[in-house]
Each structure stands twice: as C-alpha cells, then as structure tokens.
Design a protein around this ligand. Structure first.
Ligand code: F6R
Length: 242
C-alpha cells in the first residue's frame, strides 16, 4: 500500500482528483468505481473544475457507485444517485446512461443485488476504485462482520454508521436502515484502489486498515491483499499509524 500524506483535506482532495484525472487522460474510456459521502466531495469539485477548464473529458468514462440506500429512488435528495448527479455527473460531460448506482428503488434485494453484480461482471470490473472509509473500518457499506461478503448484498447498517450518516438527514430516525452495497470481491477486482481519508475520526480505522490483522471485523483491512492501493490521507487520519 502506497501512502500519500497530506497536510489537510484540501490537499488530499487535490491529490485524489489528480490521480483520477490522470487515469482518465491515460484511458479515456476508464471504468471508475465511485463513492459518496463527505470525503470525495472536494475531489469531485476539483474534477469538475478541471473539466470546466477544458482539461478533462468524461465523454467515454463509465462509473459504478459502491452503494445506495434501500428504499430510496434516484430522485430522492438523500439518495446516493442524487448525490452523484448533483456533485459530479450533471457538471461534466459524462453520458448519464454510463453512470451506474445500485437501484435503491427495487425493494427486491436479491434481484437488485444480482443485477448489479451482472453489470459489474459484464463490465469486467473497474479500472480505478475510489473509496472512503467508515469510522468503523467499513468500505462501501461492508460493515464489520464475521466474514467478508463477496457479492453485492443488502446490509443492515450499524448504529455507528446510522449515527455518522445522520448529519445528512433531519434526524437519525430518517436514515434508512438498509443499503445495497458492492461486495468485497468487486472492490478487490478493481485494477487500482484509491482510498481517501481525512480527520481524526478516521484515525483508528486507518490504523487498523494499514497495520492491523486482515479481518472482517475491519473490512478495509482486506486491502492489504490488493497489489495496487494508494492511500491518500491527511495528518489527522494518519495520526495513529506508525
Ligand atoms: C459511500 C461509502 C462509504 C463512505 C464512508 C465514509 O459511498 O461507500 O463507505 O465512503 O462511510 O463516509 P464519509 O466520507 O462521509 O466520511
């Protein structure tokens, strides 16, 4: 795992965006695995700015998001599809038909997950997977568990994740209790993984990911087995690493 240490969130965002931009420049038809949440917002802003300056062409890019709340449709402002449309897709020249997010409006979990797995398999998985990390070490919504879940699946979100995500809702009661998430296998099949982390709240999870046992109780620790991971993290997020 290569580690790029940055002074703060802004520098982390610039570094993450630069790697994604280079990926697109080198391979215009890149398949990108994308994440939502606070962490990638700055990087998405940088990518939008690069596109506006004429430096970045998304016309051949396709994207596959990690996860979506079960029960929310894409026009719900709290959905991850809406988030991606708002912060990235509507602001660059990507073909929206080439942007993929698990279908939260499909309440048939088995069908929704199987069809996302079929899509990922047909795509040959992604060239670059961008990940944030949960305070509890989750990646996507692969929460700490007794085993690594391989395929796309429906998860019951943990109380700590509901609490962490409640900042984006009016109250914790409004946070959906379940989500569809890409499994560990599709994440590990990515040719390259970029993990972004910022802030002291992530420090313990980052330490466990980099230095702890490979264990499903810290799902991100599986990344120790991936041959091409770049962790871009600020001083605070790296503060517990040796
Ligand atoms: C989001 C996702 C999650 C987040 C993680 C960190 O699509 O898959 O794993 O990356 O919960 O969230 P933030 O960035 O909001 O701290």
């Amino acid at each position: 795992m290569r580690i790029i240490r940055t002074a703060n969130y802004e520098e982390m965002s610039v570094r993450v965006a630069a790697i994604i931009a280079a990926q697109i420049t080198l391979k215009p038809a890149s398949k990108l695995g994308l994440a939502t949440g606070s962490t990638p917002l700055g990087a998405y802003r940088e990518l939008v700015a690069a596109h506006r300056e004429g430096a970045l062409d998304f016309s051949q890019v396709s994207t596959y998001n990690l996860d979506e709340y079960r029960g929310l449709s894409g026009d719900d402002p709290q959905s991850y599809r809406y988030f991606m449309d708002e912060h990235l897709f509507s602001q660059v020249n990507i073909d929206r038909a080439q942007t993929h997010v698990p279908d939260g409006s499909n309440l048939d979990a088995a069908e929704a997950c199987a069809s996302y797995d079929r899509l990922l398999e047909a795509a040959g998985y992604v060239d670059l997977q961008l990940l944030g990390i949960g305070n509890n070490g989750h990646i996507g919504f692969n929460e700490p568990d007794d085993c690594f879940a391989t395929g796309t699946h429906c998860v019951d979100l943990t109380e700590s994740t509901i609490e962490a995500n409640s900042r984006l809702f009016e109250s914790p009661d409004d946070v959906p209790r379940q989500a569809y998430t890409m499994g560990i296998q599709a994440i590990m099949f990515a040719r390259r993984v970029v993990v972004a982390a910022s802030g002291t709240k992530k420090a313990e999870a980052v330490r466990a990911m980099c230095e702890g046992l490979v264990t499903p109780s810290c799902p991100a620790s599986i990344l120790q087995l991936h041959p091409d991971v770049i962790l871009i993290a600020d001083e605070e997020a790296l503060s517990l690493c040796h």
